[in-house]
Design a protein around this ligand. Structure first.
Ligand code: SF4
Length: 142
């Protein structure tokens, strides 16, 4: 695919849950959940500085290739929302460990967290409880 991209001087849009492939092939990542874009940024933004709980869940659920360690994968508990009856608030609220009351009531806004990096999460609202985002990407400590 990389060769084809170079040869044809084109772009490739890859739709997948396989973040290993994404890390190798993509320069920008759009993370979608429940039919909406919940986070968008460069590959480095998403792997080293993710700002959305669903992105954290995705990163935690892929195996790390670290020699000498046996770590459990952490699944995202629960099921996706019924898109025939979409929730009023954040589509990830029912599965989110960080959900607050507003999350179930109102769709979050997008917050710019870097140059071309944005996330749709109430945790980024200036009035949200203080949150330590350090180390939320599995790659940050790999
Ligand atoms: S808006 Fe709320 S429920 Fe949605 S991802 Fe952020 S903290 Fe979780």
């Amino acid at each position: 695919m990389k060769d084809l991209k170079e040869k044809l001087n084109t772009s490739i849009i890859l739709i997948t849950h396989d973040l290993g492939v994404v890390a190798d092939l993509c320069s920008r990542i759009i993370v979608m959940y429940g039919g909406v874009i919940v986070e968008e940024g460069t590959t480095d933004d998403i792997f080293y500085s993710p700002r959305h709980p669903y992105t954290w869940g995705l990163l935690n659920s892929i195996p790390k290739v670290s020699l000498g360690t046996r770590e459990k994968l952490i699944p995202i508990e629960g099921s996706p929302p019924d898109l025939l009856k979409p929730p009023a608030g954040c589509p990830f609220a029912a599965r989110c460990d960080y959900a607050m009351r507003i999350c179930a009531e109102k769709m979050p806004e997008y917050y710019e967290v870097g140059d071309g990096h944005r996330s749709m999460c109430w945790l980024l609202h200036p009035d949200a409880p203080e949150m330590d985002f350090t180390g939320k990407g599995v790659r940050a400590n790999a």
